[in-house]
Design a protein around this ligand. Structure first.
Ligand SMILES: [Zn+2]
Length: 246
Protein backbone atom coordinates (compact mmCIF):
# COMPACT_ATOMS: atom_id res chain seq x y z
CA UNK A 1 0.00 0.00 0.00
CA UNK A 2 1.38 3.35 -0.92
CA UNK A 3 -1.13 5.84 0.31
CA UNK A 4 0.32 9.11 1.42
CA UNK A 5 -1.94 10.54 4.08
CA UNK A 6 -1.29 9.30 7.54
CA UNK A 7 -4.66 10.14 9.06
CA UNK A 8 -6.40 7.36 7.14
CA UNK A 9 -3.75 4.76 7.72
CA UNK A 10 -4.93 1.64 9.54
CA UNK A 11 -3.63 1.41 13.11
CA UNK A 12 -1.29 -1.45 12.34
CA UNK A 13 0.51 0.77 9.83
CA UNK A 14 1.16 3.70 12.13
CA UNK A 15 4.76 4.42 12.82
CA UNK A 16 5.85 3.96 16.39
CA UNK A 17 8.11 6.50 18.05
CA UNK A 18 10.77 7.33 15.48
CA UNK A 19 13.72 8.19 17.63
CA UNK A 20 13.61 5.02 19.70
CA UNK A 21 13.93 2.96 16.54
CA UNK A 22 16.81 4.87 15.01
CA UNK A 23 19.73 4.46 17.38
CA UNK A 24 22.73 6.59 16.55
CA UNK A 25 20.76 9.27 14.70
CA UNK A 26 19.55 12.30 16.65
CA UNK A 27 18.87 16.01 16.47
CA UNK A 28 19.49 17.78 13.17
CA UNK A 29 20.78 14.60 11.55
CA UNK A 30 17.57 12.81 12.43
CA UNK A 31 15.48 15.63 11.02
CA UNK A 32 17.48 15.61 7.78
CA UNK A 33 17.14 11.84 7.59
CA UNK A 34 13.37 11.93 7.98
CA UNK A 35 12.68 15.10 5.97
CA UNK A 36 12.14 13.31 2.63
CA UNK A 37 9.18 11.51 4.24
CA UNK A 38 7.29 14.79 4.10
CA UNK A 39 7.26 14.64 0.29
CA UNK A 40 4.39 12.16 0.59
CA UNK A 41 2.10 14.91 1.89
CA UNK A 42 3.90 18.01 0.63
CA UNK A 43 4.05 18.01 -3.20
CA UNK A 44 6.18 21.20 -3.40
CA UNK A 45 8.95 19.36 -1.58
CA UNK A 46 9.11 16.67 -4.23
CA UNK A 47 10.90 18.65 -6.92
CA UNK A 48 13.51 19.82 -4.40
CA UNK A 49 14.22 16.19 -3.50
CA UNK A 50 14.25 14.94 -7.09
CA UNK A 51 11.08 12.93 -6.55
CA UNK A 52 8.71 12.89 -9.52
CA UNK A 53 4.96 12.45 -9.41
CA UNK A 54 4.11 13.06 -13.08
CA UNK A 55 5.36 12.17 -16.55
CA UNK A 56 6.64 14.83 -18.88
CA UNK A 57 4.61 13.54 -21.84
CA UNK A 58 1.46 15.63 -22.26
CA UNK A 59 -0.50 12.92 -24.05
CA UNK A 60 0.31 9.96 -21.83
CA UNK A 61 -0.52 8.70 -18.38
CA UNK A 62 1.27 6.03 -16.39
CA UNK A 63 -0.72 3.21 -14.82
CA UNK A 64 0.99 1.83 -11.71
CA UNK A 65 0.16 -1.06 -9.39
CA UNK A 66 1.79 -1.47 -6.01
CA UNK A 67 2.18 -4.32 -3.48
CA UNK A 68 2.09 -7.37 -5.74
CA UNK A 69 2.37 -9.92 -6.95
CA UNK A 70 -0.77 -11.50 -5.50
CA UNK A 71 -2.00 -14.99 -6.41
CA UNK A 72 -5.52 -13.90 -7.37
CA UNK A 73 -5.30 -10.18 -8.07
CA UNK A 74 -2.25 -10.07 -10.30
CA UNK A 75 -3.47 -12.67 -12.85
CA UNK A 76 -6.84 -10.89 -13.02
CA UNK A 77 -5.20 -7.51 -13.61
CA UNK A 78 -2.81 -9.00 -16.18
CA UNK A 79 -5.73 -10.54 -18.09
CA UNK A 80 -7.59 -7.27 -18.14
CA UNK A 81 -4.56 -5.28 -19.28
CA UNK A 82 -3.79 -7.82 -21.98
CA UNK A 83 -7.35 -7.65 -23.34
CA UNK A 84 -7.17 -3.85 -23.31
CA UNK A 85 -3.75 -3.82 -24.96
CA UNK A 86 -2.31 -1.72 -22.17
CA UNK A 87 1.03 -1.88 -20.37
CA UNK A 88 1.45 -0.90 -16.75
CA UNK A 89 4.20 -0.51 -14.18
CA UNK A 90 4.21 -2.91 -11.22
CA UNK A 91 6.02 -1.80 -8.07
CA UNK A 92 6.86 -5.21 -6.68
CA UNK A 93 7.37 -6.33 -3.09
CA UNK A 94 10.34 -8.68 -2.76
CA UNK A 95 8.76 -10.97 -0.17
CA UNK A 96 5.72 -11.38 -2.42
CA UNK A 97 7.92 -12.09 -5.42
CA UNK A 98 9.51 -14.87 -3.37
CA UNK A 99 6.05 -16.33 -2.73
CA UNK A 100 4.86 -15.98 -6.34
CA UNK A 101 7.95 -15.93 -8.55
CA UNK A 102 6.04 -17.23 -11.55
CA UNK A 103 3.66 -14.28 -11.40
CA UNK A 104 6.49 -11.79 -11.21
CA UNK A 105 8.03 -13.43 -14.26
CA UNK A 106 4.69 -13.26 -16.06
CA UNK A 107 4.42 -9.53 -15.40
CA UNK A 108 7.77 -9.02 -17.07
CA UNK A 109 7.20 -11.43 -19.94
CA UNK A 110 3.87 -9.73 -20.74
CA UNK A 111 5.85 -6.57 -21.40
CA UNK A 112 4.95 -4.62 -18.29
CA UNK A 113 7.54 -2.68 -16.38
CA UNK A 114 8.77 -4.15 -13.12
CA UNK A 115 9.70 -1.53 -10.56
CA UNK A 116 10.93 -1.54 -6.98
CA UNK A 117 8.66 -1.06 -3.95
CA UNK A 118 10.46 -2.81 -1.06
CA UNK A 119 11.32 -6.26 0.22
CA UNK A 120 9.28 -6.11 3.41
CA UNK A 121 6.45 -3.59 3.43
CA UNK A 122 7.55 -1.21 6.19
CA UNK A 123 7.42 2.52 6.69
CA UNK A 124 10.96 3.81 6.08
CA UNK A 125 10.74 6.31 8.93
CA UNK A 126 11.33 3.35 11.22
CA UNK A 127 14.39 2.02 9.42
CA UNK A 128 18.06 2.82 9.86
CA UNK A 129 20.22 3.46 6.78
CA UNK A 130 21.59 -0.07 6.99
CA UNK A 131 18.10 -1.56 7.19
CA UNK A 132 17.04 0.48 4.15
CA UNK A 133 20.04 -0.69 2.14
CA UNK A 134 19.50 -4.31 3.17
CA UNK A 135 15.80 -4.22 2.33
CA UNK A 136 16.19 -2.60 -1.09
CA UNK A 137 19.24 -4.66 -1.98
CA UNK A 138 17.35 -7.84 -1.24
CA UNK A 139 14.29 -6.67 -3.18
CA UNK A 140 16.36 -5.72 -6.19
CA UNK A 141 18.15 -9.08 -6.13
CA UNK A 142 14.93 -11.09 -5.87
CA UNK A 143 13.24 -9.09 -8.62
CA UNK A 144 16.28 -9.38 -10.85
CA UNK A 145 16.65 -13.13 -10.34
CA UNK A 146 12.94 -13.72 -10.95
CA UNK A 147 12.19 -11.39 -13.83
CA UNK A 148 15.58 -10.88 -15.43
CA UNK A 149 14.96 -7.15 -15.20
CA UNK A 150 16.68 -4.37 -13.38
CA UNK A 151 14.09 -1.99 -11.92
CA UNK A 152 14.52 1.60 -13.05
CA UNK A 153 11.78 3.17 -10.94
CA UNK A 154 11.39 3.17 -7.17
CA UNK A 155 8.49 3.98 -4.87
CA UNK A 156 8.65 3.21 -1.13
CA UNK A 157 5.76 1.90 0.99
CA UNK A 158 3.17 4.64 1.69
CA UNK A 159 5.16 6.90 -0.63
CA UNK A 160 7.36 7.79 2.34
CA UNK A 161 11.06 8.20 1.56
CA UNK A 162 13.93 8.83 3.91
CA UNK A 163 17.37 10.22 3.12
CA UNK A 164 19.00 6.78 2.90
CA UNK A 165 16.44 5.55 0.39
CA UNK A 166 16.82 8.62 -1.79
CA UNK A 167 20.60 8.42 -1.70
CA UNK A 168 20.48 4.76 -2.67
CA UNK A 169 18.02 5.48 -5.47
CA UNK A 170 20.37 8.13 -6.81
CA UNK A 171 23.37 5.81 -6.61
CA UNK A 172 21.52 2.94 -8.28
CA UNK A 173 19.86 5.03 -10.95
CA UNK A 174 16.32 4.28 -9.79
CA UNK A 175 13.89 7.09 -10.56
CA UNK A 176 11.95 7.97 -7.37
CA UNK A 177 8.32 8.15 -8.47
CA UNK A 178 5.19 8.95 -6.48
CA UNK A 179 1.83 9.60 -8.15
CA UNK A 180 -0.61 12.36 -9.05
CA UNK A 181 -3.83 10.31 -9.04
CA UNK A 182 -4.56 8.02 -6.10
CA UNK A 183 -7.47 5.58 -6.38
CA UNK A 184 -7.32 4.96 -2.62
CA UNK A 185 -8.36 1.45 -3.50
CA UNK A 186 -6.79 0.08 -0.33
CA UNK A 187 -9.38 1.73 1.90
CA UNK A 188 -12.07 -0.35 3.56
CA UNK A 189 -14.85 1.82 2.18
CA UNK A 190 -13.46 1.98 -1.37
CA UNK A 191 -15.79 0.91 -4.16
CA UNK A 192 -15.31 0.62 -7.90
CA UNK A 193 -17.21 3.91 -8.18
CA UNK A 194 -15.06 5.74 -5.67
CA UNK A 195 -11.81 4.41 -7.14
CA UNK A 196 -12.76 5.29 -10.72
CA UNK A 197 -13.97 8.74 -9.64
CA UNK A 198 -10.78 9.52 -7.72
CA UNK A 199 -8.56 8.48 -10.59
CA UNK A 200 -10.50 10.04 -13.45
CA UNK A 201 -11.61 13.36 -11.94
CA UNK A 202 -9.49 16.01 -13.65
CA UNK A 203 -7.34 13.37 -15.33
CA UNK A 204 -4.83 14.92 -17.71
CA UNK A 205 -1.71 14.09 -19.64
CA UNK A 206 1.28 13.35 -17.46
CA UNK A 207 -0.72 11.88 -14.60
CA UNK A 208 0.69 8.92 -12.72
CA UNK A 209 -2.13 6.69 -11.47
CA UNK A 210 -1.72 4.68 -8.27
CA UNK A 211 -3.66 1.43 -7.79
CA UNK A 212 -2.91 -1.87 -6.05
CA UNK A 213 -2.97 -5.40 -7.47
CA UNK A 214 -2.85 -6.94 -4.00
CA UNK A 215 -4.41 -6.85 -0.55
CA UNK A 216 -1.38 -8.07 1.39
CA UNK A 217 -1.13 -4.79 3.29
CA UNK A 218 -4.63 -3.41 2.99
CA UNK A 219 -8.28 -4.33 3.40
CA UNK A 220 -8.79 -8.02 2.51
CA UNK A 221 -10.29 -8.36 -0.96
CA UNK A 222 -9.78 -4.68 -1.80
CA UNK A 223 -8.27 -5.65 -5.15
CA UNK A 224 -11.69 -6.79 -6.37
CA UNK A 225 -12.85 -3.18 -6.31
CA UNK A 226 -9.69 -2.14 -8.12
CA UNK A 227 -10.36 -4.71 -10.80
CA UNK A 228 -13.95 -3.53 -11.21
CA UNK A 229 -12.81 0.10 -11.49
CA UNK A 230 -10.08 -0.56 -14.02
CA UNK A 231 -12.23 -0.71 -17.20
CA UNK A 232 -13.73 2.66 -16.28
CA UNK A 233 -10.29 4.11 -15.72
CA UNK A 234 -9.14 2.85 -19.11
CA UNK A 235 -12.30 4.24 -20.76
CA UNK A 236 -11.66 7.63 -19.21
CA UNK A 237 -8.08 7.59 -20.48
CA UNK A 238 -9.38 6.85 -23.99
CA UNK A 239 -12.11 9.48 -23.73
CA UNK A 240 -9.47 12.08 -22.89
CA UNK A 241 -7.51 10.99 -25.98
CA UNK A 242 -4.65 10.03 -23.74
CA UNK A 243 -2.49 6.95 -24.04
CA UNK A 244 -1.12 4.70 -21.34
CA UNK A 245 2.66 5.02 -21.41
CA UNK A 246 4.46 1.82 -22.25
ZN1 LIG B 1 2.67 -0.49 -0.78
Amino acid sequence: MTHGRTHARPPEHRSPSRTSLLPGIAGAALRAYLLPGAAAVCPPLRAALGVRDRLEAADEVLLTFDDGPHPQATPAVLDLLRDAGVKATFFLVGEQVERCPQLAAEIASAGHEVALHCHRHRCLLRLTPRQVRDDLGRAQAVIGETTGRRPRRYRPPYGIFNAAALALARAQGWEPLLWSKDGRDWQRRASADSIAARVTRGLRGGDVILLHDADHYSTPGSWRQTLAALPRVLDAINDQRLRVAR
